[in-house]
Design a protein. Structure first.
Length: 134
């Protein structure tokens, strides 16, 4: 069982460049393994959340709004692939991510890309990462 608490700050914007609403979010990530394949474990993910929205990350109200995310992942010995979508009062977003951990290196590489729609606005995002496993 896991729990998450996230704070997002986006200055005067209604949403961050990654499609996140400014404020505090509490969530309960759930993972259900569904199949073991020759290349990894396939899992389904669901993440119900409560979001306390607010300008510049400070909650405007004590009453939260609901949000939910879901996805599918493939986790192997040296890689993780995933697709996900999120829906909230503010709009929807979707993304795909890949992480690669070449053996026997301690390096980890990642790439993510996606998009979001909120009201009449839309945007895309992408990123790449390099990390060290310890």
């Amino acid at each position: 069982l896991a729990a998450a608490l996230r704070w997002t700050h986006a200055a005067e914007a209604e949403i961050s460049p990654f499609g996140d609403t400014p404020g505090i979010e509490a969530s309960l990530p759930l993972e259900l393994p569904v199949a073991e394949t020759g290349v990894g474990l396939i899992s389904v993910h669901a993440v119900p959340s409560l979001l306390w929205k607010g300008v510049q990350g400070a909650p405007d109200s004590a009453a939260p709004s609901a949000a939910a995310s879901g996805g599918l992942s493939l986790r192997g010995r040296s890689h993780t692939l995933g697709v996900s979508a999120r829906g909230a009062e503010e709009g929807i977003s979707a993304a795909a991510e890949i992480r690669f951990f070449p053996q026997p290196s301690v390096l980890a590489f990642s790439a993510v890309a996606g998009g979001w729609v909120s009201g009449g606005d839309a945007g895309v995002f992408a990123g790449a990462g390099l990390g060290i496993l310890y």
